[in-house]
Structure formats: C-alpha cells, structure tokens
Design a binder for this molecule. Sequence first.
Ligand code: ZN
Length: 224
Amino acid sequence: MKKFLKQQVDFKYLDLNGHYKFMQNIYEIEELIKIISKLPGLGPKSAKRIILKLISNRERILKPLAKILNETFNNISRCDVCGSLRNNDKCQNCSILNKKTKRICVVEDIADQWSIESSNIFDGYFHILGGTLDSSPGSKESLLLNSLISRIEKEKIEEVILATSATVEGQTTAYYIRDKLKGLSVEISKLGQGLPVGGEIENLDDGTLHSAFKNRSALKADSD
Ligand SMILES: [Zn+2]
C-alpha cells in the first residue's frame, strides 16, 4: 500500500507552462501540496513527504490532524485588543488583569511573546503587533496601536517596553510607536545591550533576553 501511494505521488510531469502536474490528477493532493509548500521551511518535496505520511497514517495522524485544524480554525483567532491568540471569546492576555507589574511589553510576533514568557524575565502584559510597520499585511491599523493607547490609559500602565527586533524594520517600528505614544504619562523604553544587530527576539537565548531586558533604556521623545 505504502509503495503504491509513493508511486502515485511521484508520477508527475511538466506541463506546457512549466508546472508540475500529477499523472493521476488528484485534486486534494495537488491542493495539499500547494498549501503545505507555503509553510515556513517547506517546499514541494517536503510537502509530498508530509502528505505521504498523512495518507499512510489515516487514523493515527490524518484524522486527528484534520479535527484539530478544524477546531483551531473555528476557535482560535487574534485578539483585537492585545494582538495575541484567544480561544473563542476568551483572551488570557486580556482577562488576567492582576499582574504584579504595570508594564506592557510590545513584540512583533506571538513567537516573541512565547520566548519572553518562557525566559521568566517579564511578568507584565503583552501587546503583539503582528509584524512591523512594513511587513504587517493590514498596514498600520493591524498593529492595534489605538488599542495599546487605550490599554495604557485604562490599566494605568507605567512602562511600555518596546521589544521589537534589532533590524531596520523593527527599530523603525519602535520609533513609530514611541511617537504615537507621545503625550501619554507612561515611560517608554526599548531593549538594550545584549540584543545583537539583526537579532529577532524569538531566536534569542534566555541569557541574551535577560541582558536585553536588564539593560533597556528610556526612549525619549526627541531621541533617535
Ligand atoms: Zn487580548
């Protein structure tokens, strides 16, 4: 069975437009390859291997995967207040309002939040931009900065820590946010020494993250 499936998927040919087509022309498989190839780190070849694995493990992998994907699609979405993930209407980030510190850490991606959380360096709130000024698909609105401003006011936040990447885009975004927060009575700081140039928060080890948080510096309105 496994060998038969492998033959099916390997039977491909180049059409006149230079695209690979499958001899058997199985719609679902072609669509799966297209979608899985778009995932980070995966190309058509890895997509094919994944699909073979799924199909040859229908009950053990394919069925539970299909179920949990469906549930994820229905239940998990981006919170339009803090930008993190929420399950149905409940956002853990927003619903826990008894944090010890009145601080909000602003990060680009949810993966950055996860890294900082697991390093135990920060016990305040998070705001997830969902990208940078340039990369964010929905442009400036999707950064949810109006929501950040109202959270600062409502929760009487004392410090906003800008933990964007040490890339040009990350730093431009940090200065843009600083300007948007001008006039609010909140301290603004950004991560300091220890953050390597070009470094993405998600990829930093705990030691570097600790150092960057410890050495964060105030971001004055007139500095650049
Ligand atoms: Zn939230």
